[in-house]
Design a protein around this ligand. Sequence first.
Ligand code: PLP
Length: 452
Amino acid sequence: HRAPQPDPEAGAAVKAADRAHVFHSWSAQDLIDPPAVAGAEGSYFWDYDGRRYLDFSSGLVFTNIGYQHPKVVAAIQEQAATLATFAPAFAVEARSEAARLIAERTPGDLDKIFFTNGGADAVEHAIRMARLHTGRPKVLSAYRSYHGGTQQAVNITGDPRRWASDDGAAGVVHFWAPYLYRSRFYAQTEEEECARALEHLETTIAFEGPATIAALILETVPGTAGIMVPPPGYLAGVRALCDKYGIVFVLDEVMAGFGRTGEWFAADLSGVVPDLMTFAKGVNSGYVPLGGVAISGEIAETFGKRPYPGGLTYSGHPLACAAAVATINVMAEEGVVENARRLGAEVVGPALRELAERHPSVGEVRGTGMFWALELVKNRETREPLVPYNAAGAANGPMAAFGAAAKAHGLWPFINMNRTHVVPPCTVTEAELKEGFAALDAALSVADEHTE
Ligand code: PLP
């Protein structure tokens, strides 16, 4: 990877305009200091001061093929030169081909693709389709989930960010999906946790009234909330409950899809086929905003003679779809999914378990493919989380110290609450992973100082 040319003056100008005019997501605007990025390639990006980082976060877990893949960049350029944009009510080559390639890979009969601009609006439309298909109002969703930042999606989300914008009237009911590490007073094994979660879910359905529930939405593997790979049998059990009560089963693969788990879709890990599946991020590695809903034959038929009352100006935008076609072809040609599966099993899992043995701050290691989490704790016995922030905010807590140490060693980590997720591009090499684990080793030593 070529060394970046430092240009601190240009970096200062980028930062000044950002600070003056850009309003950032999920942040208190005066308390943040967004780094200025000068460029990126493959698994790395660099700033204007000449510092280069190995990106173990894949942006927001979306650059599954890394940054600036030449074939995808060329496909976007070519599409821009021939047909940069066109309205959604027309058949356009890039859109048709992207839909065909996606439908070819989605499980079961999820063969119709409704394109959106990203993940949250894919979730919005999946829920709307389910409500119209069933004529029922409610949605069941898991605590410890993330489904997007728009109004309905954030209400469905099961993390504390929902609290600020929950309208309390959306007909959303949350349930407690499998999370063995934090269910230990109820279950000791994956099998027990699976049984607990399914029994709890069926009870919830009974109390809510099955005939009032339109959809049940789950991340196939919950991502942002902590990468809890569901125990064997759980998703099949949920599928059976949805069938029993006529509930539309929606799997959200926005983060877990397109190679992240070492399969094209995380649903392939269990063979469970949902009625609707949302995707975004990895579909084109985030080079141009794109998301969508893959729709089963039965639900597509509901809107065969009756119009679907929903749409987006940029649904299936040609630039985004051309990027998706190129990305999917690159993934197939370069064995990207197989790379994530093999290196995840042979390198990442063993390396993280080895780190956990030496670092008392690591409470649990879990994951699959290029989708891993380290749960950091103050105390392994009590499992008390290594608190994310101290009273003064994000800048000074132990997780911030851990993050700063990782960055000082050239690693850009993904941090959420008391967890760090190891989610590099699915194209990452073994040498890059080893470089990242050396930095992680050093950063965990800083986290260890906060254990008791
Ligand atoms: N669903 C899941 C599972 C996600 O992880 C995300 C984003 O992280 C979303 C939905 C929302 O996607 P977007 O940010 O593209 O709207």
